[in-house]
Design a protein around this ligand. Structure first.
Ligand code: SAM
Length: 317
């Protein structure tokens, strides 16, 4: 796995100050194929990916109806992954007679390529634009507003697949999305929910070999993790999230951005976290950032939520 100089600086700060490797690094290089494998295994088990997609497809008409009288849409896929969830949305939109301009946004070049390959197989005529960027660090405003001007369609931003719960600073990412929208755009978010009954079920969903291999690969390539070290998923009640932690069995030394970092035997490094909201906490967060909720729905056992929001010009006193 190779990192840019900027990414090395970010890793230097996050590992040395917080003992953490941000989740986004998992998807770089060969991580794209690994994620594809995770996605397929989850889909086979009708797990995480299918719950969210069933919910989305069941409510697609309401999501589309939120737009006034449109001829087409720019579908902005924030964290496109393998493009398979987008394919199902595009198919629904096209069946409604809408034109779709697809914009794949991802930190991983390999994910962008895989998404395009999968989508072009199904929709050979599809207009696809790649935006290779880290939206936890870089503003999306110029690119997304420019795309709107070129097509004259509103933007539907989607951030699906439990990605919201992975960010280091969720409010900052949501603010970045908000600042790249105008009043006729919508953002659709999908994430897992935690309730009193499901933390063990959540851990079991993550604690499978293909995921452990995927989430530990940045640490492995940085020489932080080897076969002698322990890896464990736990549920953090205090933080309402599942955490994947490496416990070091030996002292480790690594070099990042030409600087040495020492890690001691027994130290822990957080390599994966997935925050699970409650309906109330997600609604509050979105409102605090400056969104108003247009539609909100959960599945029957309340393990997944989908929310469609829009920027609000008016604050509630
Ligand atoms: C959990 S996968 C979800 C993929 C897809 N949306 C789905 O529903 O299956 C997260 C995706 O978001 C991308 N991603 C994560 N953090 C990102 C960031 N900070 N900037 C850009 N892309 C990011 C990853 O590379 C990956 O493709």
């Amino acid at each position: 796995m190779t990192f840019t100089e900027k990414q090395e600086y970010e890793l230097l700060a996050s590992i040395s100050a917080r003992g953490e490797i941000p989740v986004k690094f998992v998807y770089l290089n060969e991580g794209a194929e690994k994620w594809d494998e995770v996605y397929k295994q989850w889909a086979e088990k009708e797990g995480v990916t299918d719950e969210e997609m069933s919910l989305l497809l069941a409510h697609m008409d309401s999501f589309i109806a939120a737009f006034d009288n449109i001829e087409g849409l720019n579908l902005i896929d924030l964290g496109c992954g393998n493009g398979i969830p987008a394919a199902r949305i595009i198919s629904k939109l096209q069946n409604k007679g809408l034109k779709v301009n697809y914009v794949a946004v991802d930190i991983s070049k390999e994910m962008l390529e895989l998404a395009s390959k999968n989508l072009l197989k199904e929709f050979p005529e599809l207009d696809i634009t790649h935006l290779h960027t880290d939206f936890e660090k870089n503003s999306l405003t110029d690119e997304l507003l420019n795309i709107k001007q070129q097509t004259n369609y509103p933007n539907l931003l989607i951030n699906l697949g439990n990605t919201l719960g992975n960010y280091v600073n969720v409010s900052a990412v949501l603010t970045n999305f908000l600042e790249s929208m105008t009043l006729d755009d919508y953002l659709l978010l999908g994430n897992g929910l935690a309730n009193d009954y499901n933390p063990q079920k959540i851990i079991d969903t993550y604690n499978i070999p293909v995921i452990v291999d995927t989430v530990t690969s940045p640490a492995r390539s940085l020489n932080i993790y080897d076969d002698d070290d322990d890896f464990k998923y736990i549920w953090s009640t205090a933080k309402n999230r599942v955490e994947g932690r490496i416990k070091l069995s030996n002292n480790k030394q690594l070099t990042l951005a030409k600087q040495e970092v020492d890690l001691d035997k027994g130290e822990q490094v957080l390599v994966h976290h997935s925050y699970k909201f409650s309906e109330a906490s997600l609604t509050r967060l979105l409102s605090d950032v400056g969104f108003r909720t247009e539609l909100l729905t959960t599945n029957k056992n309340r393990s997944h939520i989908l929310v469609m929001v829009q920027p609000t010009r008016y604050s509630v006193a």
